[in-house]
Design a protein around this ligand. Structure first.
Ligand code: M6R
Length: 376
């Protein structure tokens, strides 16, 4: 079943181009003169009406996907969006307006904390208070699940079954759902022009082959790095803007399967404390994508270098400052910053995988973890 791959996780990392293709086919197929939006998520029209605010609840990797979702929804559709750890939200729910959409993101559809947060919101809606009329939406890889039974609206993600405990292709599938949702909202609210919409969708269509190219070059590079870093004790991942959640995700992947201590930070926060951790023994992985924050990330990376950290750059740039600063490069294709997270996560998944495999660990079944966390 592993189709020649040593572990399910590696197989699932390699399935990501197919997941993106399947998502493009399923969601981006509503072109035509009369359509309000080129995106078809099969959601009822009243879900979109008068939407004022979005609250998202999720855990772990799904929470990281939600952070990217927030960025996309706010930047493209202009709807204020908050992302909560489901385990926190259930005991301290945010005030909502009558037109607040609540989204629960869970690949398994069975995560107890996410279900409890949604159950609480459902109960609020069954009460009398007029402020609780907004709808509930689930984003899941298993529509036949407790989540599917609980919420009336579902976006199905199209990853297929994921066996590795570390989420990889389900994360990519969740990102695709958020691109579709954000662009759908933007099209309906006309917050971006038709040209921009078309440009972004055309960019998404190039992503599968860009992931394939990235996989091809990264396999060897990450394996080499894994050899050098297998005994490293601490890792820092930094990114900014839409790639900050990818820094979090890179750190989570490494922690989960290699048991190496790793933290992700927004690069600009390093100087407010975490920079004190840095020395020659603590490598820093920086995601540096040309666009709104590239120069900022490079200058944050320079600050790390001045503390003797070894710097690994996830970047399409291989000349100029990037070539000078980074000790190692994990090159990704040069795509629009807005689309880059689907690519930048790939080398980080591979790096975590190869480090864990090198350490001889049980990559698919890491200690203390389960594929679905059905207890609080
Ligand atoms: O099934 P869910 O998406 O609700 O799971 C949420 C987290 O438990 C999950 O993402 C966990 O963090 C993974 N092991 C990450 O690789």
């Amino acid at each position: 079943e592993k189709q020649g791959f040593k572990h399910f996780m590696l197989k699932e990392i390699h399935e990501q181009p197919g997941v993106v293709r399947a998502s493009l086919d399923a969601y981006f197929n509503n072109f035509g003169e009369s359509s309000e939006s080129p995106i078809n998520l099969g959601l009822p029209a009243d879900l979109y009406n008068n939407l004022e605010q979005i609250q998202i609840v999720a855990c772990g990797t799904s929470w990281h996907a939600a952070l990217i979702g927030k960025y996309l929804i706010e930047q493209l559709a202009g709807i204020s969006t908050q992302v909560h750890y489901a385990s926190e939200y259930r005991y301290a729910p945010s005030p909502v307006t009558a037109n607040t959409l609540i989204i629960g993101v869970t690949q398994s559809g069975e995560t107890a904390d996410t279900l409890a947060a949604l159950a609480m919101e459902k109960e609020r809606r069954q009460g009398k208070e007029p402020q609780y009329q907004g709808q509930l939406l689930g984003i899941t890889n298993r529509s036949e699940s407790s989540l599917g039974d609980m919420v009336p609206n579902i976006i199905s993600t199209l990853a297929g079954i994921e066996i590795g405990v570390a989420a990889t292709k389900t994360f990519t599938a969740q990102l695709m759902a958020f691109y579709a949702l954000a662009l759908d909202l933007a099209a309906r609210r006309q917050t971006v022009s038709k040209d921009t919409l078309e440009k972004i969708i055309n960019g998404l269509r190039q992503i599968p082959k860009e992931i394939e190219a990235t996989l091809e070059t990264q396999e060897r590079l990450t394996e080499q790095l894994a050899h050098e870093f297998a005994e490293t004790k601490d890792f820092i991942f930094v990114g900014r803007g839409i790639n900050f959640p990818i820094a979090l995700e890179g750190a989570l992947k490494l922690k989960e399967i290699s048991y190496i201590h790793a933290e992700g930070y927004p690069a600009g926060e390093m100087k407010h404390g975490p920079i004190a951790l840095l020395d020659a023994k603590v490598p820093v992985v920086a995601i540096a994508i040309p666009g709104s924050v590239y120069e900022k990330v490079i200058s944050n990376a320079q600050e790390a270098k001045a503390r003797d950290s070894r710097l690994i750059g996830v970047t399409p740039v291989n000349d100029g400052e990037a070539a000078e600063i980074f000790n190692d490069l994990l090159p990704v294709s040069d795509v629009e910053e807005l689309l880059s997270p689907i690519l930048t996560v790939v080398p980080l998944q591979l790096l975590a995988y190869h480090i864990a495999a090198r350490r001889g660990l049980d990559v698919d079944q890491p200690r203390n973890l389960a594929k679905s966390v059905t207890v609080e």
